[in-house]
Write a protein that binds this ligand. Structure first.
Ligand code: URA
Length: 410
């Protein structure tokens, strides 16, 4: 393989062959193809795009750079969900145990938050003791016992993606649909799934700002997944206001606990049931019953216990990560709430310390927002429209400023 010719071919809008893509990814993973050449190739892909066949080849090459999950021959259907990320999106914490009530296996590999969007692994780690570093052997044994495992990407899974994502992050090549599709789908397909539901978000708090871009991403992911023999279901969901009423790691865990105990906010319950029912064998009504009757909660407790989490603290979870400052924000005028901007709240939450700007930053579990008002609510001037949880009064001042900038009452 002559790498400069390969880069030039893509730069001029040519179509790379399966062999060329596989050879490039194999050489990059082993270190034979240096970062500067891979960055140039990623930039050529960013500008020229990739055909569906090239995207499928890239996904397969990244998938085959590492290990994939293997199951015994008589395993139940293997299902999962992936969301392109939003603000206040704690759906995975509810959906994974809920699906496992249906005798399916749910081997959910998740990521950490970066920028304004939160990550499932950070939320899980806000449960004291919860271990997300699970080997494939332990994941399989847990699936056999309780049907669900929630874990991070191991070093054996898609090492090419790990390296390429880090390079994209510093070379201006993250927002490329073929690169995003290959990155997301290679990791999900490493779970060797039968069915996958994709929650593709669009709007101010999402990666994709317009519905048109979200449709293009959803179609490209579906095409690649189906080419690999997985049943793919896609849902497009707006992300203009936060999901539920909380943003921030421990605050979102508390809301997920409430939802698993049958007391969740309407939008969170609805989206969880919509997504779960796409890959479940039982009806939406049955899934709703499992949220209400304690079955999903029991499964969640089993999950926390299986991954060394402190089950005892779940009953008094709201007291586990108290923030030093708790500030109630009142509407200030009466009227109808027409905007609770997800981007503004996501950004304010990041600044409070709930998220990370760089991959190696630590997150503060305690900070964020709770009691957030929803668009369409009629409020009086003295009504609480949100509570800020902060490390200091000055952090709360800054968060209040950001929150108010994203709040419209007419
Ligand atoms: N999430 C990923 O895992 N990869 C991307 O490229 C974008 C979002």
């Amino acid at each position: 393989m002559h790498v400069p010719s390969l880069i030039e071919k893509k730069r001029e809008g040519g179509i790379l062959t399966d062999d060329e893509i596989r050879a490039a990814i194999a050489a990059f993973t082993s270190g034979d193809l240096p970062d500067y050449q891979m960055s140039a190739l990623a930039m050529a892909i960013y500008f020229r795009g990739m055909s569906p066949e090239e995207t499928a080849s890239l996904t397969r090459a990244m998938l085959e750079s590492g290990e994939v999950f293997r199951y015994p021959p008589d395993h139940p259907p293997i299902v999962d969900k992936h969301s392109t990320g939003g603000i206040g999106d704690k759906v995975s914490l509810v959906l994974a145990p809920l699906l496992a009530c249906d005798e399916l296996w749910v081997p959910m590999i998740s990521g950490r938050g970066l920028g304004i969007t939160g990550g499932t692994l950070d939320k899980l780690e806000a449960i004291p003791g919860f271990n997300v570093n699970v080997t494939q052997a332990d994941a399989l044994s847990q699936l056999q016992r309780i049907g669900v495992v929630m874990m991070g990407q191991t070093t054996d899974i898609c090492p090419a993606d790990k390296k390429l994502y880090a390079l994209r992050d510093v070379s201006g090549t993250v927002p490329s649909i073929p690169l995003i599709v290959a990155s997301i789908m290679s990791k999900k397909l490493a779970e060797t799934l039968d069915r996958l539901v994709l929650d593709v978000k669009y709007g101010s708090g999402a990666f994709m700002k317009t519905e048109t871009d979200a449709v293009a991403l959803a179609d490209a992911m579906r095409e690649v997944g189906e080419a690999m023999g997985v049943a793919i279901f896609t849902e497009l969901n707006p992300m203009n206001e936060p999901l539920g009423r909380t943003v921030g790691n421990a605050l979102e865990v508390q809301e997920a606990i409430d939802t698993l105990r049958g007391d969740g906010p309407a939008d969170l319950v609805a989206i969880t049931l919509d997504l779960a029912s796409r890959v479940s064998d039982v009806s939406r009504e049955q899934l709703a019953r499992w949220l209400d009757d304690g079955t999903a909660w029991e499964k969640f407790v089993q999950l926390v216990e299986a991954q060394d989490g402190d089950v005892g603290c779940l009953e008094r979870y709201s007291a586990v990560h108290p923030a030093p400052v708790r500030r109630e924000i009142v509407a200030g005028m009466s009227g109808r709430v027409t905007q609770v901007d997800a981007h503004a709240i996501g950004h304010a939450s990041l600044e409070l310390g709930a998220g990370r700007s760089r991959a190696d930053d630590a997150v503060d579990f305690s900070v964020g927002f709770s009691h957030l008002t929803k668009c369409g609510t009629t409020v009086t001037a003295d009504q609480i429209v949100g509570i800020i949880h902060a490390r200091s009064e000055s952090d709360a001042d800054q968060a209040e400023h950001g929150f108010r900038a994203g709040l419209t009452i007419t």
